[in-house]
Ligand binder design. Structure first.
Ligand code: BES
Ligand code: MN
Ligand code: MN
Length: 460
């Protein structure tokens, strides 16, 4: 890295972190209306920081949901353009009592920044903004950059999805590669680049039996209990080998070539460490697959929440009228989210006994898995950037999480994607005590800067 660049970052490192802390103080939870003002504040913050960093243009673009932050810096139209995507919204922070320090009062402990969104995705978005500032301040920006930072990633990217339906907007986002830092790498010792993400389907289910809550003594045993029934229906979705029983569910799942399984087997993974970190004595999943295969290349079905009847203090003998669940499915390459929503609906409805009604609301229904082109110039540039900054060749991994808009980017923008995440699996994203390593933040800046350099020279 150029000496001037290094010096600039060193000189300004405390300010970089202070600004990130300001960003983290804004509770931009996009999943509940209650925080709407704060989500807008976070958008304004990102716009402001992009313009202070030196973008030519930085603006908010209204959508039917939360605004998109768009910015660009054009160096020379003949040079390549990189589009940076990320999100300024965060997940809810509850349960609050499990946080050692409050989720929206960021602190640095043991060289990690603790706050909701520290790793997912504010810390990772912010390192891109500081990389831009650094490159502009030191005259090192080798190519053109566009930023697109959305505020609804954690709640379905509705606004951005609609935005992409307009060809004019697609033209605005024209670029030579899309760069995203919203995933994890293996460790500070062994970096990695993500070449696969799972798709996601998210459903809310409501099962209704009797027209009102009933006394469970007067009616129990004689009237179908929606909670009992919902549990049975959910249990029927997987067999004893943890295979999903929805007819047709696996039809399009690609049989993994042996060389891909071998590549996955080379990723450092210690089962006992994994179990200890989670406080579990055994893992569970589809028979015949390793843990990394289960999260990387096999689909999954999980209940994310289930409720109904009496859940307050004390006992109330009730046979409830309704039962509810939230359910997610993770999809792998070639599975079609829309098709699976249909298959699920048909099968699940048929599982209900007579007299029980089932309602299914599709929260996310069109996010397919993402496969990154490992041969692209962009990925080669990313590999070189890691080699330079981390002094190690990054391994290529498949992550189990989802970034719903990426599969749409692939279709609509038709550009190579680089998933250059700087988080760690242990960052506790979506959990209490989320954190992001200070080292991850600064190495992220260095790596991003190196990426632009290699991408520009390889692209020529
Ligand atoms: N950044 C994550 C996705 C992620 C995390 C990918 C770690 C790879 C490694 C993203 O913000 C996320 O949480 N996505 C949600 C999508 C959902 C809310 C529609 C997910 O995966 O559950
Ligand atoms: Mn994220
Ligand atoms: Mn997330």
């Amino acid at each position: 890295m150029a000496l001037a660049t290094k010096k600039y970052i060193e000189t300004h490192q405390d300010r970089f972190l202070d600004e990130l802390m300001d960003f983290l103080r804004i509770p931009s939870v996009s999943t509940s209306k209650e925080y709407a003002t704060e989500v807008h504040k976070a958008a304004a913050f990102v716009k402001q920081k992009l313009s202070e960093a030196g973008a030519d243009k930085a603006m908010l673009i209204d959508t039917q949901g939360y605004p998109l932050v768009y910015a660009e810096k054009t160096v020379d139209a003949s040079l390549p353009t990189v589009l940076v995507y990320g999100h300024y919204d965060v997940q809810p922070a509850d349960p609050y009592e499990l946080w050692e320090t409050p989720p929206f009062e960021p602190v640095v402990r043991e060289n990690k920044i603790y706050a909701r969104g520290a790793s997912d995705d504010k810390g990772q978005v912010y390192l891109h903004i500081k990389a831009l500032e650094t490159m502009l301040a030191t005259q090192q920006l080798p190519c053109n950059i566009k930023f697109l930072i959305e505020g609804e990633e954690e709640s379905g990217s509705e606004g951005l999805t609609r935005f992409l339906e307009n060809q004019k907007n697609v033209a605005l986002l024209q670029s030579d590669a899309v760069l995203v830092s919203d995933t994890t790498l293996l460790s500070l010792e062994q970096p990695s680049l993500t070449i696969g993400l799972r798709g996601i389907i998210y459903l809310e289910i409501e099962v209704t039996g009797p027209n009102r809550d009933l006394h469970s003594g007067v009616y129990g045993g004689a009237v179908g209990n929606p909670i009992n029934i919902l549990c049975q229906m959910i249990a029927a979705l997987q067999d004893e080998h943890h295979r999903i029983t929805i007819p047709g569910f696996y039809d399009r799942v690609a049989v993994l070539p042996e060389q891909d399984r071998q590549a996955l087997a080379k990723i450092p993974f210690v089962l006992s460490d994994y179990q200890n970190a989670l406080g579990i004595k055994a893992v569970a999943g589809e028979h015949g697959y390793s843990t990394l295969e289960r999260t990387g290349i096999r689909p999954a079905l999980d209940i994310n929440g289930i409720w109904g009847g009496h859940v307050g203090e004390g006992g109330k003998t009730v046979l409830p009228s309704k039962a509810h669940a939230k359910l997610s499915m993770r999809l792998v390459p070639h599975q079609e989210a829309r098709e699976i929503v249909t298959q699920f609906t048909k099968y699940f409805t048929a599982l209900a006994p007579k007299g029980i009604t089932v309602e299914i609301r599709v929260v996310h229904g069109n996010s397919n898995a993402v496969v990154v082109n490992a041969d692209s110039v962009a990925l080669q540039a990313a590999i070189k950037a890691f080699e330079e900054v981390w002094a190690r060749t990054p391994l290529l991994t498949k992550d189990g999480g989802s970034i719903p808009i990426i599969s749409q980017f692939k279709e609509v923008l038709d550009r190579d994607i680089v998933l250059m995440g700087f988080g760690l699996d242990s960052d506790a994203i979506h959990s209490p005590n989320e954190h992001f390593g200070v080292a991850n933040f600064f190495k992220g800046i260095d790596t991003v800067i190196a990426f632009y350099k290699y991408f520009t020279s390889l692209h020529a």
